[in-house]
Design a protein around this ligand. Structure first.
Ligand SMILES: Nc1ncnc2c1ncn2[C@@H]1O[C@H](COP(=O)(O)OP(=O)(O)OP(=O)(O)O)[C@@H](O)[C@H]1O
Length: 236
């Protein structure tokens, strides 16, 4: 992200945001509700155009990537699927339009643990199974850059642990992993770098260890650093 700004009417969802996500790490992307995390990911994926500045994947705009699914994969919304289609057909449709063969579909279904329900309709899947299917789609093109918007939400403890291990193994394979979540204790176990935004602006970009050394915990660091940026705070 270089000086990325995205306005919706009078709202500055993202405001001159500059940061870099490094390969080989899980980077936690944190910030209060409405801070601009999803908007940043949407612009990175070419789903929204920047108002000014740029969001680059491997040094290029998403729209200029020749084989986008091979460069970047993302899970933004686990419910973005056709409910009547099977998990296998959902992935096969995506694969075939991107020059990827059925063998790879079987591979990613195996990796996310859905091989046994591949022929079942995705509409009947639990939230956790839909998250896994969304992750399978992100992995289809074996991309070096991965983005996950709140993949842990609503998952059972097994699912939470699975996502944590998957994120860490993807980073250990040398990939760039950007992960948003509001669950600080889980993020503290998963990420080794942290980017915090508030009101569309960068608050801090840091190694996890530097934050937890300076504050008691990631949660304390987060609460202290975002104290002035919470837009929809409840009265206490
Ligand atoms: N399509 C849109 N049209 C108008 N405003 C939008 C749109 N998308 C986002 N916004 C606004 O931009 C701001 C940033 O929203 P965004 O969803 O990026 O935040 P977020 O950090 O992902 O929040 P959360 O943690 O609640 O998911 C909010 O004020 C939101 O209302």
């Amino acid at each position: 992200m270089r000086e990325l700004t995205k306005k919706y009417g009078g709202t500055r969802a993202v405001d001159r945001l500059t940061f870099t996500v490094e390969p080989g790490h899980v980077t936690g992307f944190l910030g209060p509700n409405g801070a601009g995390k999803s908007t940043t990911m949407r612009v990175l994926l070419g789903l929204d155009a920047p108002t000014s500045g740029e969001a680059l994947v491997n040094g290029r705009r998403y729209t200029s990537l020749r084989r986008p699914l091979h460069e970047v994969g993302a899970l933004l919304d686990a419910n973005a699927l056709h409910p009547g289609r099977s998990a296998y057909n959902h992935l096969l449709g995506l694969a075939l339009t991107n020059g990827i063969g059925p063998t790879r579909v079987a591979e990613v279904l195996e990796r996310v643990g859905l091989a046994g329900v591949a022929r079942k309709k995705a509409g009947g899947f639990s939230l956790g199974m839909k998250q896994r299917l969304g992750i399978a789609a992100a992995l289809l093109g074996d991309p070096g850059v991965l983005m996950f918007d709140e993949p842990v939400n609503g998952l059972d403890p097994d699912g939470v642990r699975w996502i944590r291990d998957l994120m860490r193994s993807l980073a250990a394979e040398g990939r760039t992993v950007l992960l948003s979540s509001h669950l600080m204790s889980e993020m503290a176990l998963t990420a080794d770098r942290i980017v915090i935004v508030g009101r569309g602006r960068l608050i801090v970009e840091s190694a996890m260890k530097d934050l937890t050394d300076a504050y008691d915990s990631l949660e304390s660091a987060y609460l202290a650093l975002t104290a002035g940026s919470v837009e929809y705070g409840a009265t206490r």
